[in-house]
Design a protein around this ligand. Sequence first.
Ligand SMILES: Cc1cc2nc3c(=O)[nH]c(=O)nc-3n(C[C@H](O)[C@H](O)[C@H](O)COP(=O)(O)OP(=O)(O)OC[C@H]3O[C@@H](n4cnc5c(N)ncnc54)[C@H](O)[C@@H]3O)c2cc1C
Ligand code: SF4
Length: 509
Amino acid sequence: MTLVQLPQTKPLISGEDYINSLRGRKLKVYLFGELVTEIVDHPMIRPSINAVAETYNLAMREPDLASTISGVTGKQVNRFLHIAMSRDDVVLQNKMQRRLGQLTGTCFQRCVGMDALNSLYSTTFEMDEKYKTQYHQRLKNFISLVQEENLVIGGAMTDVKGDRSLAPHEQADPDLFVHITKRTNEGVYITGAKAHQTGCLNSHWLIVMPTMRLREKDKDYAVIGAIPVDAEGITYIYGRQSCDSRSLEGGNIDQGNANYGGQEAMVILENVFIPNELIFMDGEFDFASMLVERFTCYHRRSYVCKSGVGDVIIGAAATIAEYNGVDNVSHIKDKLVEMTHLNETIYGTGIASSYQSQATRSGAFICDDMLANVCKHHVTKMPYEISRLAQDIAGGLMVTMPSEKDFRSLEVGALLEKYLKGRADIPTEYRVRILRLIENMTLGRNAVGYLTESMHGAGSPQAQRIQIARQMQIEFKKLLAKELAGIKEHKQLTSEISDYFGRIFNTKV
Ligand SMILES: Cc1cc2nc3c(=O)[nH]c(=O)nc-3n(C[C@H](O)[C@H](O)[C@H](O)COP(=O)(O)OP(=O)(O)OC[C@H]3O[C@@H](n4cnc5c(N)ncnc54)[C@H](O)[C@@H]3O)c2cc1C
Ligand code: SF4
């Protein structure tokens, strides 16, 4: 088997190594209708690169949290590239995600790839069992290559989807879902577009996957493969974020969080070639739903990242209360308690899902699907309420404040300094900075990561409700009620009860 050639020869270790590895690539990226020559130096893109760089720095600073020993290579690897082979491995993913949310206050972009690798690991294993294919070994070869080099993987699942009531093969334009356009002895060519791709430009590889359950007529849409980010035939169109152009104005106050941001772009694939050794599904449409469900299972509890971001916003709200001199007021304290309660509820369900992990037939561990969906469903709501309370505590100045240039102006700067003072012992600039951070997280660039990504990322709210409905075991719960009410029916619910206890007490494998 031919192994793919990787762009780097030395493993990336620090955040700086990682940033340098992104330089000089031949990417076709459009932003404001123009080609970007070097993403690393673009002021609007750089904060998103810095956020990914933190995943490298954390592995150096806290190796027990953000790195581990790979079951594939036997070497120390970044946790984002590791296949979870124990319950602790799954739990530690969540702990690392909360920490990185705290450090960046935004989306650090590396979890989609982690969850794609993990869900593919068990899905390819079961595909090979059924079809005697070679996908699992190919995937392991790929994992070992990216682990050796410590690369970033983007997970490209969401198609643009056209008319949502139609299957891929029923669309007026066949390219609205990514599909195979040509097969050769060497591999396949794919065409289509993936929307909302987190960190795609900041990745070294993309893994393209189907977005939904597929039927036989959708066979050409059942394709999974790894593609270098700079492969021929890919065009990226950068996604705008609220207030993103503040990064082009100079200064660092008005951005709120000048160092870190998220990134989404549209990825257009025009006859992009995937060689055989990087194809992990080709036509096995009956495994698309297993892959999507396992991916969303991991990814929905990955959203505990938002509890780390929530820690920052709670801290920001408490800080502005202090700067305004109202930190000891009872309703402010109560609002901070409410914010914390909501934030810990997100974390509690996510980490519980990870603690309830079970082994798949491949040996990889997967978290509990019901609790993962409950976690993500909380995430579609609670950050909005936390943000509402932060805005309440912040006061109106958060959205009426003059610009950094006005604060620096010789004419009006001193007036703003005088009249926007809060507590006498706190510099006005501190007050302005913390208000800008709250604006950034609840209305600006990082509101994409904290709010709308919380709503739609890893599936819109209804997608979780469907999964919850599938697993809510209403017949079992009715039986419990009927037993206590003294209603005797002759129903055999033994297997349902054993399934229920298997899930709750982790005895079902
Ligand atoms: C910030 C952000 C980052 C993301 N990152 C990634 C990423 O890295 N990789 C990736 O692959 N994806 C990513 N996503 C995509 C995410 O998974 C999708 O946004 C999500 O699945 C919803 O799809 P959509 O945005 O196309 O919304 P739509 O499909 O247009 O949904 C809009 C509404 O219509 C409803 N709806 C849609 N179709 C149906 C239907 N058939 N029946 C009933 N109701 C329907 C939905 O429930 C929702 O309420 C990201 C999204 C965001 C916002
Ligand atoms: S939204 Fe959270 S889970 Fe998803 S990639 Fe960003 S940080 Fe990771």
